[in-house]
Design a protein around this ligand. Structure first.
Ligand SMILES: *[C@@H]1O[C@H](CO)[C@@H](O)[C@H](O)[C@H]1NC(C)=O
Ligand SMILES: *[C@@H]1O[C@H](CO)[C@@H](O)[C@H](O)[C@H]1NC(C)=O
Ligand SMILES: *[C@@H]1O[C@H](CO)[C@@H](O)[C@H](O)[C@H]1NC(C)=O
Length: 309
């Protein structure tokens, strides 16, 4: 009799200890997540275009993340592929997304002027650094989900990319029905995590334990359906951020159970030749360039070979 009671009491105590242990671990994990996740709503927009999508009703909105001082890259895009507006009867809206450089009043005044002149700048209050690129991407997702639900698709395109907007539109229109859970680009399927501490992409084991990232579209250019920004934002609260923004998108996609669609690899050019001609260009969607002047020079190559025919 005594023995039985003692057994029950000990069992009860043991269960309590286990319960305490697991609660502590869960609390610890929640505390950790609170400290580490990126909450884009914590930042505010210094330059915003809250009515732009409502006014223009774009089919696709292209966001170009760019450093605040990189006006040269913005102007190169404005005078080339960013200037098309209407392609295949669809409205294309191109906007630039900047973070902040605290303490540089001159730069901020220049940005105000640039914004008044072109009406295409979004600037958020976080510090614009390489290590904050994931913050930038999540701020972009937040802006898209709140201010641009009208669009059918969005794309994130780096500032050093020459985009063939016609081909992009051709691809999107050929999807026929509006896709959901759709994301595409130059999808990297087998990408090992860098464990060499001297690498620019080094990620310690305790930050991300797996040896490979899930499949993700390379950051130079990816295209997605407009239901995704909100889903990615939501799931990002449960996925520990890493600064490699495109791999992080892959981690969020895996949690969402979404596989990025593969496009033809040849449509993305990371090491382009010295000159582009029209025929070559007509099969491409995105071309990485070395400088704004190279971007413009490629554009001129394509335009001049167009005129010959
Ligand atoms: C502020 O921005 C201007 C314009 O981009 C730049 O020329 C200048 O060097 C910057 N000043 C500082 C202190 O970073
Ligand atoms: C911004 O524009 C105003 C008015 O056009 C001009 O006076 C000012 O110098 C400009 N500021 C900068 C930093 O370019
Ligand atoms: C990212 O931005 C935040 C908010 O401005 C800033 O506090 C933080 O230092 C930045 N992080 C890095 C790594 O630059």
């Amino acid at each position: 009799m005594y023995c039985k009671t003692w057994l029950l009491v000990s069992l009860f105590i043991l269960l309590n200890i286990l319960l305490l242990f697991f609660t502590a671990r869960t609390l610890e994990r929640q505390k950790w997540l609170k400290l580490n996740v990126v909450i884009p709503q914590n930042y505010k927009f210094i330059l915003d275009l809250p009515e732009k999508c409502q006014q223009q009703e774009p089919f696709v909105v292209i966001i170009v993340p760019v450093a605040p001082e990189n006006i040269e890259a913005r102007n190169a895009i404005r005078t080339t592929w960013g200037n098309e507006g209407l392609v295949r009867d669809k409205i294309v809206l191109v906007l630039f997304l900047l973070g902040s450089r605290s303490g540089n009043e001159t730069l901020q005044e220049q940005l105000q002027n640039e914004s008044q002149q072109h009406g295409d700048l979004l600037q958020s209050s976080f510090q614009d650094t390489y290590r904050n690129l994931t913050v930038k991407t999540l701020v972009m997702m937040e802006w898209l989900s709140r201010k641009c639900p009208q669009a059918s698709y969005a794309a994130k395109v780096d500032a050093d990319v020459l985009l063939n907007v016609k081909n992009l539109l051709y691809m999107l229109v050929s999807l026929n029905t509006l896709e959901r859970n759709y994301i595409t680009g130059l999808v990297l399927s087998v990408n090992n995590v860098m464990r060499d501490p001297t690498s620019k992409f080094y990620i310690p084991h305790d930050v991300y334990p797996r040896s490979r990232y899930p499949p993700y579209p390379q950051g130079m250019c990816y295209i997605f359906s407009m239901d995704l920004p909100e889903k990615i934002l939501h799931i990002s609260r449960f996925v520990r951020p890493i600064f490699i923004e495109d791999a992080y998108i892959g981690m969020c996609l895996r949690r969402l159970g979404i596989r990025p669609e593969k496009l033809n690899f040849g449509q993305f050019l990371i090491r382009p030749p010295e000159h582009l001609d029209r025929f070559y260009y007509s099969g491409l969607i995105a071309i990485l360039t070395q400088s704004p002047s190279q971007l413009i020079s490629y554009w001129m190559d394509v335009q001049s070979s167009n005129k010959l025919c």
